[in-house]
Design a binder for this molecule. Structure first.
Ligand code: FES
Length: 290
């Protein structure tokens, strides 16, 4: 008989496996998979979709707990019927939020990934408990137990929401990494660029402290911010694909002409610049409608 035991998977191993599985599913989906991922990231919205959807369960379940309290767990009360409806709606919203959240999480690592996994596990636990409460509410005489379970689940998801706040406000997950850049709003000469650049080559130049990606195509110069808005990746180290550039870190794709996001996970366009050559120097200026 063997003494070998299977070690308990650590959270990191679990994160690795789960993240790999999510990314494999999206990859196997090809172009449609990419479209679904873009949708769930919120590329179409210009903003992460996950925090929009989380408002549904948070609001609904707050209504459930409040109405449960006011109805005194009396299953014949009109308030109890409202509590049950809000609970069901919250479950639907939570499922949508979960898909969007796990999609954002699939492009994280380190502390973000670790905190995101705990946030996810707590939410799965909370959602399971709310679902159990919803089922119990449909059986006669089980309302008190159902209310106790959903109240406990509300506490769990509340703590999880706190961790979700940490992910954004402390760790910067899915925030715009160009939010604090001092953009060149007047014509600013760049350093690091040869006067005549090679066609279809990614150049990283500096415009008074702002990193700018400069590309020459069809004898015309295009410039967007060189820092990927998703998590700060270096776009100059990415891949040129037609008139777009792909970030080397998680594959966000930006149009060189206007900075528009073509593929996520980034949901924020790259600031784009007008370019001119003056007195042997390359100058850039932020496009005025940004
Ligand atoms: S840093 Fe994540 S896609 Fe660029």
């Amino acid at each position: 008989m063997s003494n070998a035991t299977t070690p308990m998977p650590t959270l990191e191993q679990l994160a690795e496996t789960l993240q790999q599985a999510v990314n494999d599913v999206y990859k196997a989906g090809g172009v449609p998979g990419k479209k679904v991922k873009n949708f769930l990231n919120g590329v179409w919205l210009g903003h992460a979709l996950h925090p929009v959807l989380t408002d549904i369960p948070v609001g609904c379940w707050t209504a459930t707990v409040t109405l449960d309290l006011l109805s005194g767990a009396d299953e014949n009360s009109d308030l109890a019927a409202g509590a049950d409806k809000a609970l069901g709606l919250g479950i639907l919203g939570a499922v949508g939020a979960a898909f969007a959240g796990i999609t954002d999480w699939s492009d994280t690592y380190g502390k973000e990934r670790h905190t995101g996994l705990i946030h996810m596990l707590l939410n799965v636990g909370g959602l399971t408990a709310f679902s159990l409460s919803w089922l119990l509410r449909r059986k006669k005489g089980r309302r008190k137990l159902a209310v106790a379970i959903s109240t406990l689940a509300y506490g769990v998801t509340g703590f999880s929401a706190y961790l979700g706040g940490d992910l954004v406000f402390k760790l910067g997950t899915m925030v715009n990494h160009n939010a604090w850049t001092h953009e060149p709003e007047e014509w600013t000469s760049v350093s690091g660029a040869p006067v005549v650049t090679e066609e279809n080559t990614l150049y990283k130049v500096d415009a008074n402290g702002t990193s700018v990606l400069l590309v020459k195509q069809d004898n015309r110069l295009y410039a967007i911010n060189e820092t990927c808005s998703h998590a700060g990746g270096p776009l100059a180290d990415g891949q040129l694909e037609g008139d777009t550039v792909v970030c080397p870190w998680h594959g966000s794709r930006f149009c060189l002409k206007d900075g528009k996001v073509i593929d996520g996970p980034s949901t924020y366009k790259a600031p784009s610049y007008e370019v001119r050559q003056q007195n042997g120097k390359v100058e850039v200026r932020l496009v005025s409608d940004q």
